[in-house]
Ligand binder design. Structure first.
Ligand code: SAM
Ligand code: SF4
Length: 480
């Protein structure tokens, strides 16, 4: 068994849209290359190697897979470690201040690296800080934001020719990042970006400033990729976008999100389709109807609410009220299939009173989330919230976060306990050698750890009877 699959239970349980998932990275059942069999490219090696370290969300994780594809196309090989690589790329996140700071501290570690090592900064920090990065870290040679990734082949060619400082910082684009090759790190589930950028303007958020305007991929390109993934042996696809459900096909077919969902779910060989992140404003009943009548669409909706207080939602420019959000939740709860609901919540937004915060707590109870990702508000550059008065002190934010997490933990324990005694289909994606347990997820995205007398279950769908529940996962045994 490959060590790469020995993923910690907690890491799986907390994999968030904002944290790179604990991917069973780098080694696939199909071989040691990180590719499934028919994705392995044949390009002439150029004798150089690369290493990418990724910070942030699933979109970033998948962008890194595509950037790796661009490099492999140019003849680069994947290095085992940063120390061995000729080209080191940091794919960065600036959603919260801490994430952005981490990038500069990691860059500092490369200050005395060999001058032959080429270092690049990609992603949100690259876009946000731009050429300033060359001032703060003169050992960096490439700075490129995600809206310019389609120019990467040209930028890497300039580096290969000895270029010292190359940049891709255009934000104003209507193009998406398409690659011939994608070096997929997760052999069990495949990411597929259908929409890039964001046209919303939430007052706390850097994404529209770092990822540029919303642009959808042509449906034919998305479906061709889904068919290629199925052909390569993938059975689970996760459609990605910052506002995935505002997808609108730019090609003459003009598919809406739900129509695309149904077509991806109909691809031969695909058994599970997930999608993240949905914006409540674009969440329509038709999505619930599609989940209800399409078994391949997973029983899970991630619907970030951000706050339970309507005045705070207005200040956040979220475009819906608490009641409008709860109405959408009632559509999901009325579905014939039990659909799990997860969310993102920010505490301590400027001006959030005790009463506003209490509204977020009561919302947890009103919805009964299966899990949430909760954050202390972090002021970000170029966002209108950064200049808002009535900042909540850090200690108060921390105290509110602890109360919110504690309440949600109790809700999760109660929800998970109801599953004990039931049997669920699990797609196996990990192994805990030390505990002699397999790990996987139900269609509702619930982490399941289980025992089995069988060997080599990775990538298989198995039936698991649940015998124990905790806040972040359930445990059981395979039904043979
Ligand atoms: N597009 C998604 C949406 O609209 O819900 C979210 C994208 S963002 C990468 C992921 C999450 O980070 C958000 O849902 C929000 O909860 C959190 N977030 C974004 N900006 C933040 C900030 N300035 N401080 C704290 N959390 C933030
Ligand atoms: Fe950020 Fe709002 Fe766009 Fe989500 S919808 S990426 S939170 S601006």
């Amino acid at each position: 068994m490959s060590k790469a699959f020995d993923i910690g239970i907690e890491a799986l349980a907390t994999a968030s849209p904002c944290e790179p998932p604990a991917a069973p990275a780098q080694t696939s059942p199909a071989g040691a290359s990180g590719f499934r069999a028919n994705e392995i490219p044949a390009s002439a090696p150029n004798g150089k190697s690369f290493y990418i370290e990724t910070f942030g969300c699933q979109m970033n994780a998948h962008d890194s897979e595509k950037v790796a594809g661009v490099l492999i196309e140019r003849g680069y090989a994947a290095a085992e470690s940063m120390a061995q690589a000729d080209l080191v790329l940091y794919n960065t996140c600036s959603i919260r201040e801490k994430a952005a700071q981490k990038v500069f501290s990691r860059l500092g570690e490369l200050r005395y690296a060999s001058p032959r090592k080429v270092i690049g900064v990609l992603g949100c920090v690259a876009q946000q800080e731009g050429e300033e990065i060359f001032e703060r870290a003169p050992w960096v040679s490439l700075v490129c934001g995600s809206a310019s990734y389609r120019k990467l082949p040209e930028l890497v060619a300039r580096l290969d020719e000895g270029g010292r400082r190359v940049t891709g910082l255009d934000l104003d684009t209507d193009e998406t990042f398409e690659t011939e090759i994608t070096r997929r790190d997760n052999p069990i589930r495949a990411y597929l970006t259908i929409i890039e950028g964001c046209d919303y303007a939430c007052s706390y958020c850097v994404v529209p400033h770092t990822r540029g305007p919303e642009r959808s991929r042509a449906s034919e390109s998305v479906l061709a990729e889904a068919r290629r993934l199925a052909g390569a042996g993938y059975t689970e696809i996760q459609l990605l976008g910052q506002t995935v459900n505002s997808y609108r096909d730019p090609s003459p077919r003009g598919l809406h999100f739900v129509e695309l969902l149904r077509e991806v779910a109909a691809v031969d060989g695909i058994r599970r389709v997930r999608f993240t992140t949905s914006h409540p404003n674009d969440f329509h009943r038709a999505i619930v109807e599609a989940i209800d009548d399409t078994p391949a669409l997973c029983d899970h909706v991630h619907l970030p609410v951000q706050s339970g207080s309507t005045p705070i939602l207005r200040a956040m420019r979220r475009t819906y009220t608490r009641d409008e959000y709860l109405e959408k939740i009632s559509w999901i709860r009325a579905a014939r299939r039990p659909i799990s609901i997860t969310s993102d919540i920010i505490v301590g937004f400027p001006g959030e009173t005790e009463k506003d915060f209490e509204q977020s707590i009561t919302l947890l109870d009103a919805v009964g989330y299966d899990s949430i990702f909760s954050f202390k508000y972090s002021p970000r550059p170029n966002t209108s919230a950064a200049a808002m008065p009535d900042a909540v002190p850090e200690e108060e934010k921390a105290a509110r976060l602890a109360i919110l997490m504690d309440r949600q933990r109790q809700i999760q324990i109660a929800r998970n306990e109801k599953l004990v005694g039931g049997t669920f289909e699990v797609l196996v994606d990990g192994r805990h050698e030390s505990r002699n347990q397999w790990a996987g997820r139900t269609t509702s995205n619930r982490p399941v750890n289980f025992t089995s007398p069988r060997q080599n279950l990775l990538g298989e769908y198995v039936q698991v009877k649940i015998t124990r529940a905790s806040a972040n996962s359930v445990a059981g045994e395979q039904v043979i």
